[in-house]
Design a protein around this ligand. Structure first.
Ligand SMILES: *Cc1c(COP(=O)(O)O)cnc(C)c1O
Length: 399
């Protein structure tokens, strides 16, 4: 007998507080935009939406790059789009790997036959300009790829000086901005980044489904000088770009409603203002940190490289990772992330991304965590974390 699908109830997802490594909480107006009437991919109305999405993305990437658009697919499709368009088989890329996402970039490049050189740092650490200079001198790559905000470890990679070194070596700088965009400064033009990709589901607070990308004129020139076709038909920017550009040539059907959602999410980012948004992310990170410190929970990353939107903390001795995360979800509807790779079972990843970065989430999470930890026999002064976070907020609240 065949399954009668119409007998399944309609989807009715639970309401969660998303404080993991993504997706983040999505505002009601973004969800509403996703449900607006679908139009055709060449409808004049949709073409206007596309133009406005590009405009707003340029503002958020802080760039004047003409080639700035939203690739179909999640953040990983942005990664793949950048790698496969910039590199041909035999081209050399240096990938800086200090977490899961650097490793992925290397994997993508290897699959198209690029010559991949990886330099590594332990999870949670960042790269120095000196070691970048050294590898550039030795390898003379076409591209150097690096992750700005390593979501798997919670570490923030400074880029400005690295960019200077990359350009002195006449290479292209490719940066993963999936988690940083919309939560901390990403200055594509000022930092001279040649190709950057992001995703909708982290600090832009739109459901997963699109990948904003931007390419400098140097990157475009490198793509125009290719001898071979881009190995991915779907992600070939020479074709995608003529649909987003003046010729509007059909390539694949844009995910219409996802673009509506992104349009609204970008409007919210710009309405708040980039600087306000960055300081909101930073201040909630500080409040969370003050709260965790008061109950003896430490950060896994050194103070000067901590990401504001992804807080990787050490799980206290004797506490079971899965039990606490399960209780947070079951009792409070709060999702946080576990560690990845060597950090699995040893760290929690607490996201304060986009809409999720707010004082109510910080306070609710701290009080929920206290309860779960007390339940597990961990000794702490009850209420101390909430009091410490509130102390922080008291000194910053105005009006
Ligand atoms: C989430 C993430 C990705 C992958 O994005 P998806 O939307 O999961 O495809 C890539 N890089 C970083 C740094 C990320 O945080």
């Amino acid at each position: 007998m065949s399954i009668e699908h119409h007998q399944h109830p309609p989807v009715h997802p639970p309401r969660r507080t998303l404080m993991g490594p993504g997706p983040s909480d999505v505002s009601a107006s973004v969800l509403a935009a996703l449900g607006a009437p679908t139009v055709g991919h060449l409808d004049p109305y949709f073409l206007k939406v596309m133009d406005e999405v590009q405009d707003m993305l340029r503002e958020i990437f802080q760039t004047r790059n003409e080639l700035t658009l939203a690739v179909s697919g999640t953040g990983s499709s942005g990664m793949e789009a950048c790698v496969v368009n910039l590199l041909e088989a035999g081209d050399k890329i240096v990938v800086c790997t200090n977490g899961v996402f650097g490793g992925r970039m290397a994997d993508v490049a290897g699959r198209i036959g690029a010559e991949v050189v990886q330099i590594e740092r332990p999870f949670g650490e960042v790269f120095s300009v000196e070691e970048i200079k050294e590898v550039l001198e030795k390898e003379k790559p076409k591209v150097l790829g690096i992750v700005h905000a390593e979501t798997s470890t919670g570490a923030a990679q400074p880029l400005k000086e690295i960019s200077e070194a990359v350009h002195e070596a006449d290479a292209l700088l490719l940066v993963d901005c999936v988690t940083s965009l919309g939560g901390m400064p990403v200055k594509v033009d000022e930092w001279n980044i040649d190709a950057a990709y992001s995703g909708t589901q982290k600090c832009l607070s739109c459901p997963p489904g699109l990948a904003p990308v931007t390419f400098s004129s140097r990157a475009v020139a490198a793509m125009d000088a290719r001898k071979t076709k881009v190995s991915s038909w779907y992600l070939d920017m020479s074709m995608v770009r003529s649909y987003w550009g003046d010729s509007r040539a059909y390539h694949h059907t844009a995910p219409i409603n996802m673009n509506y959602g992104l349009h609204q999410a970008l409007r919210l980012v710009l309405e708040e203002g980039l600087e306000n948004r960055f300081s909101r992310h930073y201040s909630n990170h500080c409040a969370l940190k003050a709260g965790l410190k008061a109950i003896g929970v430490e950060f896994a990353v050194a103070e000067d490289h901590q990401l504001p939107m992804l807080n990787a903390v050490k799980i206290p001795d004797g506490i079971d990772d899965a039990t606490i995360r399960g209780q947070l979800l079951k009792w409070f509807g709060i999702e946080i992330g576990g560690g990845l790779g060597p950090m699995k079972g040893k760290t929690w990843r607490i996201g304060l991304m986009g809409e999720s970065s707010c004082n109510t989430n910080v306070l609710q999470f701290l009080s929920a965590l206290e309860l779960c930890l007390l339940q597990a026999g961990y000794e702490l002064p009850p209420g101390a974390s909430v009091a410490a976070a509130n102390d922080f907020y008291r000194t910053t609240i105005t009006g």
